[in-house]
Design a protein. Sequence first.
Length: 279
Amino acid sequence: MKASMKNPLMRAFAALLILVIAVAADGQIKVTAQLLDYEKGYVFFTSGDGFKVAPNAPILDYKTGAVTTASPGPRDWARATFDATGLVTQLELSKTPLAPEGDLASIRRFAVALSPTVANPDLVPVPVDATGAEARRHFTGAPVPVSFIVRVPPSTPLTASIYITTDQSAWNPEAIRMDRIDALHFRITRIFASGTRFKYLYTRGSLSTQEVDERGIQRVPRTIVVPDVQTLARGDDVYEWADTAVGGAQPQPDSIPTPYNPAPFPNLPSPGSLPTIHP
């Protein structure tokens, strides 16, 4: 036996065996790693693994070995000591990287169970029919200039005023008056808090002149949800008005002939249809 111990390989094997027996007897595992977070009795490493920390686990300074008042934080380095059950019994902190020690893979079996997978609430779309806090849950409430630009049909009188009516105004047909750009385009800009949601339609100032769809019947109101952006522009088209649509009320002669509206009195017969009167 004495002769065999003179062999370097045998001596190395004996030393390793003694170390393994010592570690097994002590039941402790030491691992160095960088911290991601430390809170509520758990420590998380940048590898993504989280472990439970013993309530009385001391927090030491790695260099001095003395107890420190510093709290473990993101990007700190630490040497963590685990007991045989995988509980962290000691943390030694360092602001500088530590030499690799131990094997994270060997303690991964002690990692706490991952939380159930859930969708990121900031990425979940707001339901179309959401109201109140539900409709505003992803917004900061910052002021956002919103521009409404509408193209009206050629049947629109040149002297007509265009309005936006909304469900927030109890469908007041003159809630928001728009500014004329040209013969067929109107525009208005209003500031709304992000998260504001409402439905709207266009009118010429009354319910009888409200816009209709291509079938000449009441149009489904448009919906807008103001997002967190610098500015927002909405471009809309009015197909026809209720009083000018086929089957609707005929427009009243309330304007004068212009290049944009040469026949403001549609009920009058055309010149060629008038009877010839002979003396």
